[in-house]
Design a protein around this ligand. Structure first.
Ligand code: MTE
Ligand code: MO
Length: 514
């Protein structure tokens, strides 16, 4: 007599038990810190541990897609494990029980090792483990009864056992959905979003000079000079946006300093705040890519905070850590330079920083790529000897120091756009933060370089827009652009990839007329 569970029932029991475990963990995490969700904790640890090639592979799908793909890949892997655990338990619940305990221990460990989670956070994976085990044993019992009944009994009672198993399974599946969605809704932003709303507008005593007229050519297709917050590019390793209330935030400055100092949010907001309009860029931006945006940042000069702590002469780098454990290091000279004016920013375009851009406080250093300077959710600055420690992207083969390279991009025409006969406006952006753009040239079909009209300059830390109207015969055309900065450097044609310290090469666009 065969009383083993059918393959389908066994797989179903495995998947539902794991699903229930993860969903309940996610729901509990909504209350103790969403990052404690076993699913998210495992996903986050996977990101931190994943090899360089995998990170690079994911990146080509864009900053949002690589995360989504990772979530899906992890979900599929977990589901496959759950099916295997179920199938291994066709005869007895012991193998599944052992696997459930192991998974539970792994997720408890994953949560304990997250630096941004408190002690209560362990409740989430613990709840997962209990619920997962409970659901597994219960459904396994029902499925076993059904299997026995199928082998021994006839007719009605066989049908009752089958139905009981199916109804219970359906109930668990529905519960999984409700708990997962509930956790997602309750956990989203939560306290940090409330804290952010309560702050109201962030204004500076020392406003940036008014932005002059004519700073963009948005009417012919360039971006607007200021990027609205919800359109500002976003790059980070955080699968879930760290949720940190302004009231709980502290910034510690220590290491090679005369006196260690600590600031809270009220300290920063109470100081004389400055506003600076700055164009940020990501080192991973390909030629012609989208990771460049401009905002008016409000905050205090980092130089002032560092001087209060007193920087020892042997300090070479400022090693910054975010609340979720991401790190970077910036040369001390760049942080102290009055001309550069590095900021600890708490405001972006008049609002508190959006959560995904580093609420409550981040660093912005004009002229340096984000990965070597722009720590979001920053909580710790340590003055270290040059090269004493390595940081997140440095450990993944990116350069230790990375000033932004002079670049330009064609925004209009779009690739393969078709125009009626007549004038075509070629337009775009160019940037050379802290040096300034001197000249932008365009050539069509490999002809003569022609100087484009430049927009009004706001300051040398922001992008500059350019445009050139051309008359072209009907047919296929190709436009190329190159910028020259005020140091006299002209962009070179040679293409190098973003890794290790930023892409070079001319951006080009193909389009047709007629
Ligand atoms: N905590 C944290 N800060 C971070 C990062 C990160 O992954 N984690 N990414 C950096 C990178 S690579 C860039 S380009 C900028 C992007 O800032 P944004 O998302 O506000 O545009 O943030 C920087 N600060
Ligand atoms: Mo970046």
């Amino acid at each position: 007599m065969d009383t083993r569970l059918s393959r389908t029932s066994a797989a179903l029991v495995g998947v539902l038990a794991v699903g229930a475990a993860l969903a309940v963990g996610h729901l509990v995490a909504a209350f103790v810190g969403i990052g404690a969700s076993p699913y998210l904790a495992v996903a986050n640890s996977t990101v931190d541990l994943s090899p360089q090639w995998l990170t690079e592979f994911g990146k080509q799908f864009g900053p949002e897609w690589d995360k989504r793909l990772l979530f899906i890949a992890i979900a599929v892997t977990i589901a496959a494990l759950a099916v295997v655990a179920g199938l291994l338990s066709r005869r007895s619940p012991v193998p599944g029980t052992v696997i459930a305990v192991l998974l539970g221990v792994v997720s408890i460990a994953a949560v304990l090792f997250r630096p941004d989670l408190g002690q209560l956070a362990v409740l989430a994976p613990a709840a997962s483990l209990l619920v997962g085990l409970g659901v597994f044993r219960w459904l396994h019992g029902l499925a076993t009864r059904q299997a026995r009944a199928a082998a021994t009994e006839a007719g009605e009672s066989k049908e009752i056992d089958r139905r009981r198993f199916l109804i219970s399974s359906g109930g668990v599946a529905a519960g999984v959905g409700v708990a997962a969605v509930g956790g997602q809704v309750l956990g989203a932003g939560g306290d940090a979003e409330k804290s952010r709303r309560a702050l109201g507008a962030i204004t500076a005593a020392r406003r940036a000079p008014a932005i002059p007229a004519g700073v963009d050519f948005a009417s012919v297709g360039t971006p607007t000079f200021i990027t609205p917050n919800d359109r500002f590019y976003r790059i980070d390793t955080a699968l879930t946006v760290p949720s940190l209330r302004a009231e709980d935030w502290k910034l510690r400055i220590h290491g090679l300093v005369d006196t260690e100092v600590e600031y809270d949010f009220a300290d920063i907001r109470g100081r004389e705040m400055v506003e600076r309009v700055i164009t940020m860029t990501c080192v991973s931006n390909e030629v012609g890519g989208p990771y460049v945006s401009t905002a008016a940042f409000t905050g205090v000069y980092l130089r002032d905070l560092l001087m209060e702590a007193g920087v020892k002469p042997e300090a070479g780098q400022v090693f910054a850590t975010s609340v979720d454990g991401w790190t970077t290091a910036t040369p001390v000279a760049d942080m102290l330079s009055e001309e550069r004016g590095a900021l600890l920013a708490i405001g972006m375009n008049g609002e508190p920083l959006p959560l995904e851009h580093g609420f409550p406080a981040r660093i912005v250093v004009p002229g340096l790529y984000g990965y070597v300077s722009a720590t979001k959710w920053v909580v710790d600055l340590e003055l270290i000897r040059d090269g004493e420690k390595t940081f997140y992207w440095q450990d993944r083969q990116w350069a230790k120091e990375a000033p932004i390279k002079t670049q330009s991009r064609i925004d209009a025409p779009r690739s393969f756009e078709a125009f009626p006969p007549g004038k075509v406006s070629i337009a775009g952006i160019a940037w050379a933060q802290t040096t300034g753009i001197e000249r932008v040239e365009v050539r069509v079909d490999g002809g003569q370089w022609r100087e484009a009209e430049l927009s009004t300059e706001a300051n040398d830390q922001t992008w500059r827009m350019w445009r050139l109207d051309v008359d072209l015969p009907a047919g296929a055309h190709r436009a190329e652009v190159r910028a020259t900065d005020r140091s006299g450097y002209t962009q070179v044609e040679e293409r190098v990839p973003p890794i290790p310290d930023g892409a070079t090469g001319w951006h080009s666009v193909n389009f047709t007329v007629g």
